[in-house]
Unconditional design. Structure first.
Lengths: 429, 429
């Protein structure tokens, strides 16, 4: 009888060991690729000063933040809260340790963040984000934007997913475009309408634009802009058609071309398209923005996104640290891939061998054999329980590939036979 | 100029990337060994219901717990707090998922826990614990106690530490001993005195025992008991001498012998000694208890400890789940090993190759070469920055083993030379 509610809190992911093994493998794959790309791992504390976390945030973030307090409140405890992303702590870290870091600082953080969002299926309040970021001092060449996107792309390729597509844009193009059509003063509202355009019928976007009291011509230009996509030549031509001249968007287009060209030249790259409907939220990013989706599973939404921020730590210091970063939201991604049947769940059993000593007398021989197999990197369990051999085989079959029975004969001879728990075949060790 | 305090909160570990790489390697070593021993990884949420966390706790734990709340408090939010160890969440997990688990359930948890202790050098409020536990249903053979100790021992051996020693005891021996000398009613107080005996002069322990109004004979027997140590034969003889007969301590001694014999028979095992001064705190454990220390660095204290608990989830269910577990407190251990100079800080550089393209024209060739090297499992960075070549070499020397310069000649020929950044030697790739 249960005496207490033992379910995890709502919004928390809790996996059984076999699922956890798959989750861990995906996380390890991401980490390996990030490291192969030269990113260095750091870990910042989960608990931070509230003033650090909320230096820039506001709105939803502030409402969703988990505040922390001790029952035994002592004088030295500042206002504390759980971090809601990796970027704010990274900004603090870079400012705090900048004299000890090597710039461009290529950094990865793979860890849990916390947001008290409204509970909802597929939404998590505690979730892994796998970030990589490159931080420069004063300046950071545009090629790094391509590097971050390429790195995260290669990490996602280890998942063996269906065909991916990367959509990129650049905020400077949008800004230059709005300047050209004389609509800069409504930049925030127009960005928001473009950001949501994919989720609503066109007429609704048009109505929203009209409600901003834009002229009919301005509205048509914004709509033409947001549906502009394709390779660089195509979008440049289309933009030229809409605007007449490209002076105000030149810087953004140059950056976009640089990123597009580098990625296009990369071997084994998925489809990549420039798409001006990509905004990635309302503030924060200042140049490159991108998202990745699965071509045949667009309903899943973006499986990775990121972009360039010209000033990472502006709230903490006057020094300028431009950066570019991207993230895989692994907890959510794992959930939707599982739901959609896209996880390679052919879970290899987590244990290679279970050794089954017949009596206590074979414990020593069992441990010796286990030591040898472990030295070869094998995962080896010894079943010391007092159950019947049949029950032990049954247990072994659930967690392991092979069982090795050790009785007096085997212990004396040192000759062991491993039985494949799937096929029944035996092999001499 | 800093605008805000960017140091991490007091009591939080925050490492530079090179130190973090060493920390991560140690954590990976522990995880590898635990997996080789057949333990399965799980992760429970960091945030739990307060009623779950405090079902048993009290005293210091309750005072040190971090409570969690949302600024935007909604109706569905129960009282929540951050977990302070892995054992309470494990108990909840086992009860919640017991129908889906394979018993004995061999489980590892390597993650952060949180305690708002008074800030103090070397004490952490957010810290990694690397636990392994084996949970049975109804019963769990004593051999598993030896398995947990052997596994953690082998994990610690990967640290290349100076000589270790394992001290083991069994709470049933203590209980039986107190029964034999008719001092059961003062078990808690006497346990506490033995638990602290190592840190105070003998006269202080004696005075504390006398203050319990024990007879002079009882006091001498307790003192003789707590200084009893050695191999099994020695401690059995000594105990027989103190008590006359061994009836009340027989069960405890049998368990102790079983654990001692298995560990002693294990190849590559460090010194192991039975030592009745080992108590490991006041409640919780019910049988085997152990701790590990470094022979020549006793001031560091225990580097790993654990034991048997007869009823893991007694606060959550009437089902019986006996378990045995142990833990490495990695954050503290890393700190003290670093302080004592015992960490192998010969930090291999985290990056194998930094590629230095001379101009933008060599970006494509650089990315191609990087891809090839990454496929061989190498960590490869490309320096896209616009600094002078000398500055780029300087940066590369701080983070990598080799630099590869790519100019027009190299890009055209596809022949590359890697320069060892330590020795200056060059090798053809």
């Amino acid at each position: 009888m249960k005496k207490i509610n033992t379910s995890p809190l709502s919004g928390m992911q809790e996996l059984l060991p076999t699922e956890q093994a798959i989750f861990d493998q995906l996380k390890q794959n991401i980490s390996d690729v990030y490291h192969h790309y030269g990113f260095l791992n750091i870990e910042t504390p989960i608990i931070e000063r509230t003033e650090v976390l909320l230096a820039k945030a506001g709105g939803d973030t502030e409402k969703q933040i988990y505040m922390v307090s001790k029952t035994d409140e002592s004088a030295d405890s500042a206002d504390q809260a759980l971090r809601f992303d990796h970027t704010v702590p990274l900004a603090r870290y870079v400012v705090e340790h900048n004299n000890d870091l090597v710039f461009p600082f290529q950094v990865t953080q793979i860890n849990r963040n916390f947001r008290g969002e409204r509970a909802q299926r597929g939404r998590f309040r505690e979730f892994y984000q796998c970030d990589c970021d490159i931080i420069g001092r004063e300046k950071l060449p545009i090629a790094y934007d391509a590097k971050v996107i390429a790195c995260i792309h290669d990490a996602l390729k280890t998942f063996n997913l269906p065909e991916m597509k990367i959509r990129i844009s650049n905020r400077k193009v949008l800004a230059g475009f709005l300047k050209a059509i004389d609509a800069e003063s409504k930049a925030t509202e127009i960005s928001s309408i473009i950001d949501h355009a994919e989720k609503v019928p066109l007429e609704k976007s048009r109505a929203a634009l009209e409600a901003l009291q834009l002229s009919a011509e301005q509205v048509e230009k914004v709509i033409a802009f947001m549906f502009t996509k394709g390779d660089f030549t195509t979008v440049e031509a289309k933009l030229s058609e809409i605007l007449g001249n490209l002076d105000t968007v030149r810087e953004g287009l140059d950056e976009l071309k640089a990123v597009f060209d580098i990625l296009n030249a990369k071997e084994g790259m998925s489809d990549i398209e420039i798409d001006f409907m990509i905004i990635r939220g309302l503030d924060y990013y200042t140049g490159t923005v991108y998202e990745t989706f699965l071509k045949d599973y667009r309903e899943i939404g973006s499986i990775s996104s990121g972009g360039r921020y010209e000033n990472l730590a502006g709230n903490f210091t006057d020094q300028k640290f431009p950066g570019v970063g991207g993230s895989i939201g692994l907890t959510r991604l794992f959930f939707v891939l599982k739901e959609t049947g896209l996880l390679n769940m052919t879970a290899t059993k987590p244990i290679d061998y279970v050794i089954l000593p017949i009596t206590n007398n074979e414990f020593a021989a069992s441990m010796q054999l286990a030591s040898k197999l472990r030295k070869d990197g094998k995962n080896v369990d010894i079943d010391f329980s007092e159950r019947k051999l049949g029950d032990k085989f049954n247990r072994a079959g659930k967690i392991a590939n092979y069982a090795i029975v050790i009785g007096e004969t085997e212990a004396n001879s040192g000759k062991y036979t491993a039985k494949n728990l799937e096929t029944g075949e035996t092999i001499e060790l």
